[in-house]
Design a protein. Structure first.
Length: 264
């Protein structure tokens, strides 16, 4: 099984190259960003936004705006390594799936290896981001290390859910349909998000249409920051969801792989 994981990682070598370039860029831009937010143009821009009364922004609003931009920079390494469909594409192109059944490895382990490959890459992205978070948390007061940690785990969990669903749909649709698998994964996540948060989504659309005024929290900041606080403070919920979805996806993918021989 170790050989299969190694083979999948080799199939994703282009993503590794992109990962290295993105990592270098993220480190440089993130450090420049936090220094500018503390001493430079971004700090002055934040102060100007607070001074303009027509914006109705609080210090928390300005701080969260800066935090979101920083978080997006940091999550790029995880996003770059998150596309497992390349492994399916390479298997289909090379014809590996036609001979994989001859290997002395059970189909359960062959399917499990595909899942472990992507999670190994996510683990690498998370470790890199945590190291970067340790550096940035010393340089900036936008977020603490604990808040960085929460956002990183939340992002990795969401990407894990996406990848688990993508693997399932790749098995379901077969080789050559990897792009459709990715689209179906995104669509599935959107549908479940709407169903689980139907009331909040409905309220959001009413606010956007002007039917309701934009609500504010007790501290005067915008209600939209509740979602950002959730990512920082309740990452364990998304992590549990990722574990459950991964287990269900593995079981479903295994059933499909056993019925459709020659898939892996």
């Amino acid at each position: 099984m170790k050989g299969l994981i190694y083979k999948d990682i080799l199939c994703l070598k282009k993503q590794f190259i992109n990962f290295c370039f993105v990592l270098i860029g993220v480190v440089i831009v993130s450090i420049m960003y936090v220094l500018s937010a503390k001493y430079g143009n971004l700090a002055r821009a934040g102060a100007q936004m607070l001074s303009e009364t027509e914006n109705h922004l609080t210090k928390i609003d300005v701080k969260n705006l800066g935090s979101i931009a920083l978080a997006l920079f940091m999550l790029l390494p995880i996003a770059v390594v998150g596309d497992i469909t390349n492994a399916f594409i390479q298997d289909g192109t090379s014809g590996f799936h036609k001979i994989s059944g001859m290997l002395p490895v059970s189909i359960e382990k062959r399917v499990l290896a595909r899942f472990l490959s992507i999670y190994a890459l996510f683990a690498m992205g998370v470790l890199v981001d945590l190291c970067l978070a340790g550096i940035l948390s010393v340089l900036t007061d936008l977020m603490t290390f604990a808040e960085f940690f929460g956002i990183i785990i939340s992002a990795a969990s969401v990407m894990s859910i996406f990848s688990a669903l993508a693997i399932f749909y790749c098995f379901l649709l077969g080789y050559g349909k990897e792009q459709y698998a990715m689209l179906l994964s995104i669509l599935t996540m959107i549908i479940f998000f709407i169903l689980l948060n139907f009331g909040k989504v409905k309220t959001l659309f009413r606010i956007m249409s002007g039917a309701l005024p934009e609500p504010e929290r007790a501290d005067g900041s915008l209600m939209m920051w509740d979602a950002f606080d959730f990512l920082k403070e309740k990452a364990w919920i998304l992590l549990m969801a990722a574990v459950i979805v991964s287990i269900l996806s593995y079981g479903s993918s295994l059933v499909i792989a056993k019925r459709k021989r020659g898939m892996i």
